[in-house]
Design a protein around this ligand. Sequence first.
Ligand code: SF4
Length: 372
Amino acid sequence: MNAPEIKGYCPGALRPMMSGDGLVVRIRPYNGRLSRVQTKGIAALSLRYGNGIIDLSSRANVQLRGVTPDTHAPLIDALRDLSLIDPSEAVESRRNIIVTPFGETPAAAHALTDALGQPHAPALPHKFGFAIDTGPKPVLQTAPADIRLERDLKGELILVADGMSTGKPVAVENCISEALALANWFMDTRSTHNRMAKLLGDGATLPDGFNTARQTQTYAPVPGPTPQGMIAGMAFGQVTAAAFATLGDIRLTPWRMILMEGCEHAPQHDSLITDPTDPLLRITACTGAPDCAQALNQTRALARHLAPHLKPSQTLHISGCAKGCAHPKAAPLTLTATGNGFDLVKQGRAGDTPAASNLTQNDIIKALSHAP
Ligand code: SF4
């Protein structure tokens, strides 16, 4: 079996990535929000220049699929008209910011966007990112980010280097300059490291002042009403353009869910999940075959087949190859496609040593019934 190809960068709009169904064009919505005009516009462009399928990524970005090299340029022009395109590929690559969907959009999100757009901003590694998690309670602690703004136990702002249990007190006025100073410290210290938690885990010592205890996240996202509007899930983070066009003003999340602002009832669409007990919410499945060129089998068809067999206590990751894009961390149960059925990995990642191999669908259903 060929080892999966590691591309080492996240796709953008200006720097799309080729997949089995064409170019993946990733839009990074400013401040984690899209207006009604933008959601409708993106849906129309997906139908016109892509294949009518829209993804929500684990970094709270929106992806158009099925774009061709010929349709990419007119698509970018149209997205620019919707104020969704960065001035350059370098700025787009740096502007990895996830924003809490709760409360007002923090001023820090605007300020950080502005700071990362400056020519002297640090040239951060492609996957390096920021989380503005400044609502009353942290909600983004499991989302991928290297530098975080959160509130401590007293509700004061702290700057957190990912992987640490303590942060540095900062003020609203200086939180972004402090975040950039931490980013510059990372760049000066990192050697070959691309991520903050790995650098610190390998023994790097932060500058002074990072001693204030963080809150621990207790929030678990589920579809349903919130003070800001209705949250709905998307099976495998994917939705049709027709459904996307009806969402109105939305806030993006890294949970494969969107928050429809001011909305009390989610529109009914097959690709929207409104029942918090829907087992599809507990299955993570990457694109798989045929839309990912590296996939060794279908993943999402299998997920829908297995969903009714999943116990309420079980969560499942299904990966089309050993790369494990959709869930790079360990999961209680992972099914990894091979050239010959699926491997079952327990408490591990897609590429880890399996507990069982060459499983058929019936074998898998039996294994789920025996697993906790
Ligand atoms: S994990 Fe899935 S999406 Fe990622 S390369 Fe493998 S098959 Fe493709």
